[in-house]
Design a protein around this ligand. Structure first.
Ligand code: PNW
Length: 484
């Protein structure tokens, strides 16, 4: 089914849209101008961790081709660009007493200036998973609350000070992924898990929850610094970006499946959003995890509560949710339930993509926007990522890759669902960043999975070729955004 073209402008006049990327996924140049290694540089060196045994060593070579990338953005008509800073480019060893690498910092200062000159609003993510490797070696990185919080505070301050012209800041990208994939399943750097076939160290029953807790406190400190030391003079705003999938009960007649749906969202989103909006963890998590879930001191709870100027939302897919009747396993992180692509009645959630976890289901986006808006008191929402891979895209000849109607239709239908949530349900969405500006290093899936609206020819010297989808997003938003 083809989504009808929007007939009405329903998004606010100052709505901003654009594309997102992340440092380790696009920059390459791991040693250039004094950059230090991150945990992803080290993780990629471990055999078997990344599909095809590849790394971000070259990626899209964006560190050297940033002028070209800005041209790409201009061609799409984008109003904004969300990118992340590589911490170890700016402070190669990462710590608060370690030297700043001026050349690394200058790269981002110039990027902000060049974007603004091109009429594009910069949106900076401070942390998109590439922790300086030295901090992991020194004190186990995000597992160490005192050290990590102090080092992240220092790093944030360095960036806020250097880039007063940036008015949109995101502290952490998807802390769920850092915590669970990095410290419970071990699929992402630093790869810690209880599974001794994958890692010599780790405790999946506890470490993920500890890391999530420490990230929340680091986020809150960074927000306090921004609000007290920078916001009064620079204006600007700051928030966190959380990932979460939409949910449908596997059996809509079974109240336990219906209840498990909320629990699924609580274990992914509310884990972070409840402390930020209410100062407490969700009851369902406290109940299942007991003392494995850390507790906030009253000072910490007060610091974390209210620490969002906007809600950053990354969203891709949906699942059918089936409750489990047996007690939760120690390494369970979903809320004691199963996530499925088919319902009891045999309905399919959406077509397959190249990503095992991703099946498009646009109405789910609207449902989740409504759920979030209700639970958190109608916050201002920035969609900071949304996009899809295509089954078998990498195996197509270039003409096939450039004709990515499946991705174009994903964007039309997801953006239309978002517009409905705004118009009919009163959800306050103010920004939308498509993932991603270009094909890039898709973490453990390497380069086989492409998410870009621009094809990057990895074998042919990282040349860029816009796909059909790159030309679709702009005109679609043009019709949806009010002119006055
Ligand atoms: C997000 N999952 O990650 C990230 O923010 C991006 O860096 C990434 O490239 C993009 O989505 C596409 O994957 C996710 O396994 C990675 O459920 C994995 C999952 C979800 C999000």
């Amino acid at each position: 089914m083809v989504t009808p073209d929007p007939t009405k402008a329903v998004l606010p006049k100052d709505f901003i849209w654009g594309f997102a990327t992340a440092s380790y996924q696009i920059e390459g140049a791991p040693d250039t101008d004094g950059r230090g290694p991150s945990i992803w540089d080290s993780f990629c060196k471990i055999p078997g961790k990344i599909a095809g045994g590849c790394s971000g060593d070259v990626a899209c070579d964006s560190y050297n081709r940033i002028a070209e990338d800005i041209e790409l953005l201009k061609k799409t008509g984008a109003k904004a660009y969300r990118f992340s800073v590589s911490w170890s480019r700016v402070i190669p060893l990462g710590g608060r007493n370690d030297p700043i690498n001026q050349k690394g910092l200058d790269y981002y200062v110039k990027l902000v200036d060049d974007l603004l000159d091109a009429g594009i609003i910069p949106m900076i993510t401070l942390f998109h998973w590439d922790l300086p490797d030295e901090l992991h070696k020194r004190y186990l990185g995000m597992l160490n609350k005192e050290e990590f919080v102090a080092d992240f505070a220092n790093y944030s301050r360095v960036l806020f000070k250097a880039m007063p012209k940036c008015k949109h800041w995101i502290t952490f990208n998807e802390p769920w992924c850092s915590s669970i994939l990095g410290y419970s399943t071990g699929l992402f750097a630093p790869g810690r898990t209880s599974d001794r076939t994958k890692s010599a160290e780790g405790d999946s029953s506890r470490e993920g929850w500890t890391v999530g807790h420490n990230i929340l406190i680091a986020h809150a400190h960074s927000v306090k610094i921004y609000r007290e030391e920078f916001k009064p003079t620079n204006g600007g705003e700051i928030g966190i970006t959380l990932n979460g999938d939409a949910v449908y009960p596997w059996d809509p007649e079974d109240p336990e499946d219906v209840e498990a749906c909320d629990r699924k969202i609580e274990f992914s989103i509310s884990w972070f959003a409840d402390p930020i909006y209410f100062g407490t963890y969700p009851e369902s998590m406290v109940k299942q995890l007991g003392d494995r879930l850390p507790t906030f001191t009253p000072e910490e709870a007060a610091l974390v509560k209210g620490s969002n100027d906007f809600y950053g939302m990354n969203h891709y897919t949906a699942n059918y949710i089936k409750h489990k009747s047996t007690p939760a396993a120690d390494d369970d992180f979903l809320g004691n339930l199963e996530t499925l692509f088919e319902s009891k009645n045999g309905e399919n959630i959406g077509p397959e993509t190249q990503s095992f976890w991703l099946r498009p289901n646009p109405p789910g986006f609207r449902n989740l926007l409504v759920w979030l808006s209700k639970r958190y008191g109608n916050p201002k929402i920035y969609v900071t990522e949304n996009g899809t891979s295509l089954k078998g895209e990498n195996d197509l000849p270039i003409e096939g890759i450039l004709d990515d109607e499946f991705r174009a239709e994903y964007f039309r239908s997801y953006i239309a669902a978002m517009a409905q949530a705004v118009e009919e349900d009163g959800v306050d969405v103010r920004a939308y960043m498509a993932w991603s500006l270009m094909d890039n290093f898709e973490w453990a899936e390497g380069y086989e999975t492409r998410f870009g609206v621009t094809f990057v020819d990895y074998e042919g010297g990282q040349k860029r070729f816009p796909k059909k989808s790159a030309t679709v997003v702009g005109p679609f938003f043009d019709k949806l955004i009010k002119k006055e």
